[in-house]
Design a protein around this ligand. Sequence first.
Ligand code: NDP
Length: 251
Amino acid sequence: MTPKDLAGKTALITGGSRGIGRAIALRLARHGANVAINYFSRDADAVDTQREVQREGVPCVLVKGDVSEPASVDSVVARTCEALGPVDLLVANAGISILESHKEISWTTWKKTLSINLDSVFLSIMAVKDGMLERKYGRIVCISSVAALRPRQRQIHYAASKGAIVSMVRCCAEAFAPHVRVNCIAPGLIETEMGAGLGPEATKSIVENTPLNRLGQPEEIANVAYFLLSDQSSFMTGQTLAVSGGRIMLP
Ligand code: NDP
């Protein structure tokens, strides 16, 4: 039986309606957390995930909003607090991936990627950290990528956004210690809609160069997110864990 070790805690997951965020929402619900699911536009996916989370017997609210916009993030956090109480667990997961080579990349793509992948992490952390510090309790997990740590084709902008998250996590961890812990996950290629966007050829090549010889599943990232949000990682802060089937070891 799954321990209800997060009972009474409120978790906010940005981009929690699909893919990795959805798996994390379900995993935290299984451990008893109240869950707020943020998403941007796809209502049907969000409602479906909400239903699944509620099946775990915990309250779950949808907090739609663009997390790259300051006012919208404030509203997402305020609606979460109103419905479920202050945020104890933040998962900064929302993100996009637009594949463009150095020949194709536009200023618009750069700005959009940095805004949704990086500004969103900054804004959501800033919106919850004062409450966490006051209550002397908080756990934050940010979702980066192996692209932050290794060169990847057509991902100059994406890698920059994900690399900055790794640095931000270290600084926040130092600033918010000792009561608020901040950690990061750098997933390899995971079987989600975003992952599928890479296309069959690139995917085949990644799998061939992954020691565990397969794609990752969203639930395998959720396992690590739960670990980092729970007391099982009580002596860890400021860390980035690569969850990539060993691909991070290879060039
Ligand atoms: P998906 O594309 O499957 O899901 C993205 C989620 O983010 C959706 O819930 C989407 O909402 C939400 N979202 C997108 N933009 C915004 C926004 N501006 N405001 C609020 N929510 C938004 O992505 P994954 O699950 O694959 O990826 C999740 C995270 O993991 C991302 O940060 C990604 O960069 C990272 N990652 C993924 C990898 C992979 O292979 N899949 C590998 C490494 C890292 P809606 O549906 O409403 O648009």
